[in-house]
Design a protein around this ligand. Structure first.
Ligand code: NDP
Length: 312
């Protein structure tokens, strides 16, 4: 297999990966960055980002990521398309296989692979994948203009997706398993006051039906133990917004992860238990998961990598 030697490899192209690339290239580490499955990361699937400092009017998620990409490129970071499919971190140089076809040997590694959307685990989610089931409203919302959709979840993502979809669809149901929303107050208010959004509290989706793509969802409503009501709701689209799973699988044999798969780092730093391997952004952050905190940890990871390469 083709092998290439580099000093610093960054995997992932969200705010953490690109910020690490900006800092590392300015420090002349000539970083190579592989963008992963979703170049630009999760922010490319969102609409307006209102809480990234420096943008008083908000900024489109894709634009923000494009700006970060260009900033990294400007200082000479080698930005590439490709997905890390295997890792051997047992000794230095670390060996990362890209797309199953090329090995990058690197002296230091920054894992900034982020997290991927979670699904409920229903068979029907697979059955109707691409036929009415989606985990990204901004990617697929366009297909549901003037239609009826359901969003599952009660956090900020679910509220944001429901609000976005309400701008396109005729009607949006928000399926929430608890009797309350977990989202921030401002997002809750937007959802509760939106004329096209109906929140179905204490509801769970049990399955989907339809001959030609999704035509409805089987719901169960909790009515107070032990009573529950099962019924079908006609919908055209089913959107998941129930959180994310960290993309750490290929590293788990070497770096310590917690029960949910988040990479464990040392104290307040991006250092993992493997010297020379650093983790930044959502893959190592079960708590904050914000673009700005990911960017901050990408910065820290690059500074740590620089120190490691100087001393190592
Ligand atoms: P969260 O973990 O905050 O919320 C997940 C939601 O999905 C919860 O309501 C949870 O219910 C529900 N859920 C989880 N599993 C299931 C299941 N199996 N069946 C039904 N419902 C389920 O994830 P988010 O993606 O919403 O947000 C992640 C982080 O990103 C948060 O910190 C959030 O604040 C932040 N964020 C910020 C935004 C912004 O500021 N613009 C936009 C989007 C996200 P339950 O409450 O019962 O656990």
């Amino acid at each position: 297999m083709e092998t290439e030697k580099v000093r610093l490899l960054i995997i992932g192209s969200g705010p953490a990966g690109y910020t690490a690339a900006i800092y590392a290239s300015r420090a002349n580490l000539q970083p190579v960055l592989y963008a992963g499955l979703q170049p630009g990361g999760q922010l490319t699937t969102t609409t307006e980002v209102e809480n990234f400092p420096g943008y008083p009017q908000g900024v489109d998620g894709n634009q923000l990521m494009e700006d970060l990409r260009q900033q990294a490129e400007r200082f000479g970071a080698d930005l590439r398309q490709g997905v890390a499919t295997q890792a051997d971190l047992s000794q230095r140089p670390f060996k990362i296989t890209i797309d199953g076809s090329k090995i990058i040997e690197t002296e230091a590694l920054i894992i900034a692979t982020g997290a991927a959307a979670k699904y409920l685990g229903l068979e029907d989610e697979k059955k109707y994948a691409g036929m009415g089931v989606s985990a990204c409203a901004t990617c697929d919302g366009f297909f549901y203009r003037k239609k009826v959709v359901a969003v599952v979840g009660g956090g900020d993502t679910a509220c944001e997706e429901a609000t976005y979809l309400a701008g396109l669809a005729a009607k949006v149901y928000l399926i929430v398993r608890k009797p309350f929303l977990r989202a921030s107050k401002i997002m809750q208010e937007r959802v509760m006051n939106h004329p096209k959004i109906e929140v179905l509290f204490e509801h769970n989706a049990e399955g989907l039906f339809g001959d030609n793509g999704v035509e409805g969802v089987h719901l169960v409503q909790r009515l107070g133990e032990p009573d529950e009501r099962h019924y079908d709701l006609p919908i055209d689209g089913f959107f998941l917004a129930i959180g994310h799973k960290p993309s750490s699988d290929i590293f788990k044999d070497y770096v310590e992860t917690d029960a949910a798969g988040y990479i464990v780092t040392e104290g307040n730093s991006p250092r993992t238990n493997v010297p020379g391997v650093f983790a930044a952004g959502d893959v190592a952050d079960p708590h904050y998961r914000q673009a700005i905190t990911a960017a901050g940890s990408g910065c820290k990871a690059a500074i740590e990598a620089e120190r490691f390469l100087l001393n190592g």
